[in-house]
Structure formats: structure tokens, C-alpha cells
Design a binder for this molecule. Structure first.
Ligand code: PRP
Length: 547
């Protein structure tokens, strides 16, 4: 191939010299710990039949899997997950081996990236405990949680957090209150992103509204909230789940991990897959979980043998990034940096400053910032930076900022893993389809006929979703600014854009054809910061960011 830059490895990595040693050291620490804990190494092929990964309908892996055909024209897949091949082995090859199986792995996984710069090849190290006595589920869960905690300890000392939830809690609640599947999915998504404002505005039973706020530390004060939740539901099944979580916490506290534990009943991702506890491992300096695990009792049955199972996996490359960053910046012994808030420049700026000042913050350092980019406020208790709306999302998702203030249009368009903690009620406008005045409030006519409509926008995801919901076929042209020009110049039939006063549309002879969704300013938070610095974030929300 010509014109290849051999120095670039998009989505893949070269580990060279001391970097390779840091990476190896991480793997060796984990492998040693798992071996010493009685787990046996399992190495599975780099390529499996594609059906191995698509066998489980609860794990939609298809889209991100690298597929190819082998010499017999069979559809193959690069290993995109380590647990599934291990479940295959447990179900098919270990039938003569006495139960339970304690297995660990340290190998690479491959997945086509969802976002531009995600790694397509990464190293996962993890442990699976398969086939324990079904009567003693809790013992197995404690064993695997303790191993997860020890793994984090081997890498970070006691400076980490393991957070516990339960994969059956939400589905049980939906059953009890007879929630239809569509509404249930809407609520689930809002809980997953801790979208307090939207959940609060829904007409749904109180326990669903409580769920996203049900997270806290392992101290008794926070744990008592779990009992209040169980009482509110009045359900025996929910009581059992809550008691199970509490028991796990008590047992792990006895093992000395009390300060490293928290719970979150709002962990509601991948619920079909996890059949019991779910947990994540968080560490200061990384905006997302480095460890993920839980109970998955239905997986081995896909390969013909029904075995209870629980386990976890750690992404070695994430840990490498963190340790390398700490080494480069000599950070480990430094005190925690102040909470950082990314504010949106322009449209929301004035109202944001008004909000801070109303809550007693002297914003003169921000107003007179000159060329300074990071501005300490309230005697350095927190820091703010004014950035473009899309960058608010980037900084918060990566965890370099803990909180952000940004429009819900930007969250809808670019947000993928952050929490939406409050609706600030200002910056109100609408996302709308607009075009020739003859289609004013008449989307049926606009989309009528057989020709595909061309829509200009910078909100590509919003348009894709809108078109899918309306079941119309559209062509999207991406325009970065003054999108109203596109229909005027004849490049598009209509636009999808923000409308605030409507002046821009009016002055250019365009009308709203259909309003798509309302927009307002929101407070967003980094997922890991919400767990690791909960008290400080709560204080910010009830103090300087109080709506
Ligand atoms: C937005 C939007 C419209 C205009 C609508 O642009 O893209 O052009 O505001 O506001 P109105 O209804 O009050 O007239 P913005 O000013 O944010 O700049 P942009 O074109 O660079 O996105």
C-alpha cells in the first residue's frame, strides 16, 4: 500500500522501552495475585467463530466485532471479550473437571471503536469463578469481590473505590409496578445517566425517582438509605436484593475494605446480561471504571451447560495511562486538586455567572480573566474554565473536569458517558426542523412525496434519531455555522438547528416545520468523580450551583 505512515498506529499502541516495562509490571502484579489466590490461567484463541460471541442475545457485540472468513468460508471474529470464550471452555471442555472452576486470563481484546480515538486493541486481565454451589452464591460473590479489591490494592494501594449494584433490582421494580417495556427503557436510560431533572418530571412511582440518588459510601449513615428504599417499595423481593448488597458490604468491611466501598442502586447498564451483583472499580485520575464485573448465571447455558458464574475484568491500558501520567506529573502524593467546573462560553455564559453570583460567589476573577484559562474562585475552593460547549463534554467525560454546565442539545449530540445532575432552567430554546415558509408546522407535507429530503445541520445524531423516529429517509449535510444559509443557497431542503428567539429564521424567510425537543442548560458530572468525590459534589450542588 502506498502513502502509509508507518509511524502511526491509529487505535493501536506500541509499548516501547520503559512503557513496555510498566505495562508488563501491571500484568505481572495481577497474574501473580490471581495465581496465588488459586485461579488457573486460561488462554483462548485470538479468533473464534463469530457465533461464539453472538450466541448470547443479551450481549450485542455484533457491531463492534472485527469479522472475517476463514479458509473454509466460516465467519470468524477477533476476540472482542474474554469472558465469553471462557464460558465456552467451561461448558464444553471442563465437563470432567471437578467444580468450581477458578480461571483467570490476561490477553488482548479487539473491537472496532465507537468513537474516533478509542483503542481497537487493548489488554484485559480478569478472573472468573464458575460452577459454585447455587445455594452459596454470596460466598462466591464475596470471593470474587475480595479478589477484585485485592487487584485494585495491588495497583493503587488503598486509594480506590469499588462500587456495588444489582442487575435484578431495576427489572424487579419494573415488574412490581407493571411498567411497560418502552417506558421501562426510557426510565432505565435516565437512571443510567443520573438525569435527576427528567426523572423528577415523569409520572412514575416514587422508588424509580429515588433510584438515581441511591448511591453512597459503606458507612452506616449512607447504608440506612438502602433500608428506606426497600421500605418504600414494600416488596419482599426488593428487600432480599437490598439485604444481599448490605451483606456483601458488611463482609467486605470485615475484610478491611470498608473505606474502599460504595454502592449505587442506579447501576442499570447491561441488565439482561447480569443476573445478580454488578460492580465497578474507580480510581482517582481516571474518568471511568477501570474494573467491571458481576454475576452472569445465564452465559454458559448458551454453550450447552448451565453453570452459575461471577467474575471481573480490568483494562490494563487504562491503568498504564494512569500510572504513566502519575509518574510523569509526580502526582501520587499531592493532595486532591480543587473541584473543576467547565463552563460553556457564549450563549450560557452570562446566566451561568449570574447563577454563581446569586449563590454568593465573587466572579470578578472570571469576568476579568484576561488570557488566563483556569480561574480559581471562592478563594481557590474550586476552579472554572470557559470553553466551547462540545469541549465541556470532552473535559467532563475524561475526568479532567468534575462538573460542567452545558446545553442539553450538546449532551444529546456528543455525550456518551456522563451524569446529568440538574436542569438549570435557563438557556431555554428548542431543536427544530425549519425550512420554506409553505411547510410551516406541516412536517407531513414537508416529508411527503418520494424524494429524499436533504437536511443541513451540525447536530447529526439529533437528526438521525429524529428521522428514525419519524421513519423518514433523509440525507444529512453537515454545516458548522449559519446553517440557515444551506436552504437559502439551495444546498438543502431544510435545517435542523437551535431556535431561541426565532429572529434568525424570520430574517431569512424560514419557518419552523416541527419542534423536535426542548433545550436548557444542565449540570453534568464525571462518572468517577461522582463516586470518588460525592460529598464535595453534593456540597457544590447545594451551595454555589444551587438552582
Ligand atoms: C444559533 C443557531 C441559530 C441561532 C438561533 O447560532 O445556530 O443560528 O442561534 O437563535 P435565534 O432563534 O435567537 O435567532 P449561534 O448564535 O449559537 O451561533 P452558530 O451559528 O455559530 O452556532
Amino acid at each position: 500500500m502506498k502513502n502509509i505512515d508507518y509511524g502511526r498506529t491509529d487505535g493501536r499502541r506500541d509499548y516501547i522501552f520503559e512503557d513496555a516495562m510498566i505495562r508488563r509490571d501491571i500484568c505481572e502484579k495481577l497474574v501473580r495475585l490471581m495465581s496465588e489466590s488459586g485461579y488457573k490461567e486460561t488462554v483462548t484463541p485470538t479468533a473464534e467463530y463469530f457465533d461464539v460471541f453472538s450466541a448470547d442475545p443479551t450481549r450485542s457485540m455484533g457491531d463492534n466485532v472485527y469479522k472475517f472468513t476463514d479458509e473454509h468460508n466460516r465467519l470468524m471474529a477477533l476476540r472482542c471479550d474474554c469472558t465469553v470464550p471462557i464460558a465456552r471452555i467451561a461448558a464444553t471442555k471442563l465437563t470432567d473437571t471437578p467444580l468450581p472452576y477458578r480461571l483467570f486470563y490476561c490477553q488482548n481484546v479487539f473491537s472496532a471503536p465507537k468513537t474516533g480515538n478509542a483503542l481497537t486493541e487493548s489488554t484485559q486481565c480478569g478472573a472468573e469463578l464458575i460452577g459454585t454451589d447455587p445455594e452459596n452464591t454470596i460466598e462466591a460473590d464475596i470471593e470474587i469481590l475480595e479478589l477484585a479489591a485485592k487487584s485494585m490494592q495491588a495497583l493503587f494501594g488503598m486509594d480506590f473505590r469499588i462500587e456495588l449494584g444489582h442487575g435484578k433490582l431495576f427489572t424487579t421494580l419494573a415488574e412490581i409496578y407493571n411498567i411497560d417495556p418502552e417506558t421501562s427503557e426510557t426510565i432505565r436510560r435516565l437512571i443510567e445517566t443520573k438525569n435527576f431533572a427528567s426523572i423528577e418530571s415523569m409520572k412514575i412511582p416514587k422508588p424509580f425517582k429515588m433510584l438515581p440518588k441511591m448511591f453512597g459510601n459503606a458507612d452506616n449513615e449512607d447504608l440506612s438509605a438502602l433500608d428506606e428504599f426497600a421500605e418504600e417499595t414494600g416488596s419482599e423481593k426488593i428487600r432480599e436484593i437490598i439485604d444481599y448488597i448490605k451483606n456483601l458490604i458488611i463482609k467486605l468491611k470485615e475484610k478491611g475494605y470498608g473505606n474502599c466501598l460504595s454502592f449505587d442502586l442506579g447501576l442499570v447498564g447491561r441488565l439482561d446480561y447480569y443476573t445478580g451483583i454488578i460492580f465497578g472499580g474507580f480510581v482517582r485520575g481516571l474518568g471511568h471504571a477501570v474494573l467491571l464485573g458481576g454475576r452472569y448465571d445465564n452465559l454458559t447455558a448458551n454453550f450447552g451447560r448451565d453453570l452459575p458464574a461471577t467474575g471481573f475484568g480490568i483494562t490494563v491500558d487504562d491503568i498504564f495511562d494512569l500510572l504513566k501520567n502519575r509518574e510523569d506529573n509526580k502526582q501520587p502524593e499531592q493532595p486532591l486538586r480543587p473541584i473543576r467546573i467547565a463552563l460553556t462560553k457564549g450563549r450560557l455564559e452570562k446566566k451561568t455567572i449570574e447563577l454563581l453570583e446569586k449563590n454568593g460567589v465573587d466572579c470578578s476573577p472570571l469576568i476579568n480573566k484576561g488570557r488566563k484559562l483556569v480561574i480559581p474562585l471562592n478563594d481557590g475552593k474550586f476552579e472554572v474554565m470557559l470553553v466551547k460547549s462540545r469541549d465541556v463534554i470532552t473535559y467532563v467525560e475524561h475526568g479532567v473536569c468534575d462538573l460542567g454546565i452545558v446545553g442539553s442539545d450538546t449532551i444529546t449530540e456528543y455525550g456518551s458517558s456522563l451524569y446529568e445532575l440538574a436542569d438549570l432552567g435557563f438557556g431555554k430554546c428548542r431543536m427544530a426542523l425549519a425550512g420554506n415558509a409553505k411547510y410551516k408546522n406541516d412536517p407531513e407535507n414537508f416529508f411527503g412525496g418520494y424524494s429524499k429530503k436533504v437536511l443541513a445541520t451540525k447536530f447529526v445524531h439529533a437528526v438521525e434519531r429524529y428521522a428514525a423516529e419519524k421513519k423518514v429517509d433523509v440525507e444529512i449535510v453537515t454545516i458548522e455555522g449559519s446553517v440557515e444559509l444551506a436552504p437559502i443557497l439551495g444546498l438543502a431542503d431544510g435545517i435542523v438547528d437551535i431556535v431561541e428567539t426565532g429572529d434568525t429564521l424570520r430574517e431569512n424567510g424560514l419557518e419552523i416545520i416541527e419542534e423536535i425537543f426542548p433545550i436548557s442548560a444542565r449540570i453534568v458530572a464525571n462518572v468517577a468523580a461522582t463516586k470518588l468525590r460525592k460529598k464535595e459534589i453534593d456540597e457544590m450542588l447545594s451551595g454555589v450551583l444551587k438552582v
